[in-house]
Design a protein around this ligand. Structure first.
Ligand SMILES: [Zn+2]
Length: 301
């Protein structure tokens, strides 16, 4: 590959007072290699910085062989596309985050930014539009129209490029489902950091939408998530870190990175009462079905 690796440390995670910033120890390697289908390597977090290429190397050691690097605005989307073009362990997703859309709309920049996302989405190693969707937690009533407009345009971009879509859905399950059924979802649609219950999992099953489980699946106070996981059709299950956020138990609040994914996957296997190797094989197959091959030669064939 000829593209240059983008500079690390584009973003810094805001610190909360009293947060433990030391990096958790690496887990036991997985028996079958999988992928982290949603991560943000552009973030610096913690006392010992992990640069993107080191982070990918640490992940590979524990059986996380590749990642989908996800953009949330133009700058991080360009960065993601560039990293994917320069490293065979990375595929990219590009989008304007639902909390970005209202801000850009106010500035009169939303459509210009969406056109640039559309241009990036055509690049060969950009395999998803995301994260897009609705966030009614951080954005109030006044921002909803811009979020909906941006979400619908992202859906069109994913369809036009025949690539997957990663949905960010926070406190907006009904509205997300309503828009997807009204305008028609892209063929491969993923609920990133699935936060629904068994009811939403059944709706996803019905439509063939993928459910990506993250760190909260390990949280003691999240039995509804594990119920959803148990209901989900096995061929629709994915796993992700959403690093540097949502660190799995017992390391909640500490810096997260793709090498931490095995902690979540082990808890998923336990909840599903499945042998770990079987779950990993299923996850790897599902992930490649959604995003295609990470291997540049196979993808070009
Ligand atoms: Zn994310």
């Amino acid at each position: 590959m000829t593209a240059e690796t983008p500079a690390p440390g584009l973003r810094k995670r805001a610190g909360a007072p009293g947060r433990d910033l030391t990096r958790p120890a690496a887990p036991e390697p997985l028996p079958v290699a999988i992928y982290d289908n949603h991560t943000h390597l552009e973030f610096e977090d913690g006392v010992d910085q992990l640069e993107p290429l080191d982070s990918l190397a640490h992940a590979a050691v524990v059986g996380v062989r590749g990642v989908v690097q996800v953009g949330t605005d133009l700058e991080t989307s360009r960065w993601s596309a560039q990293l994917a073009a320069s490293d065979p362990r990375v595929l990219a997703a590009v989008a304007l985050h639902p909390n970005e859309a209202p801000r850009l709309f106010e500035l009169g920049q939303l459509s210009a930014h969406l056109s640039e996302i559309s241009r990036l989405a055509a690049e060969p190693r950009v395999r998803a539009v995301g994260e897009t969707g609705l966030d009614f937690f951080r954005t109030g009533e006044d921002g909803r129209e811009a979020q909906i407009e941006a979400f619908e345009t992202h859906i069109e971009i994913a369809k036009a490029n025949s690539i997957a879509m990663q949905i960010h859905d926070r406190d907006a399950h009904d509205e997300v489902v309503a828009i997807l059924t009204r305008v028609g979802a892209p063929e491969r649609t993923v609920f990133h950091c699935f936060s629904g219950d068994a009811k939403l999992a059944r709706i996803c099953n019905e439509h063939g939408w993928y459910m990506s489980f993250a760190g909260p699946t390990t949280f003691k106070n999240a039995p509804a998530l594990r119920e959803a996981l148990a209901v989900a059709r096995p061929e629709l299950i994915l796993a992700e870190t959403d690093a540097p956020f949502l660190t799995p138990e017992p390391f909640r609040g500490r810096p997260n990175a793709p090498y931490m994914l095995p902690y979540t996957v082990r808890r998923m296997a336990e909840a599903l009462e499945l042998p770990l190797a079987d779950l990993c094989a299923q996850l790897a197959a599902n992930t490649e079905r959604v995003y295609g091959s990470w291997d540049p030669e196979e993808a070009a064939a």
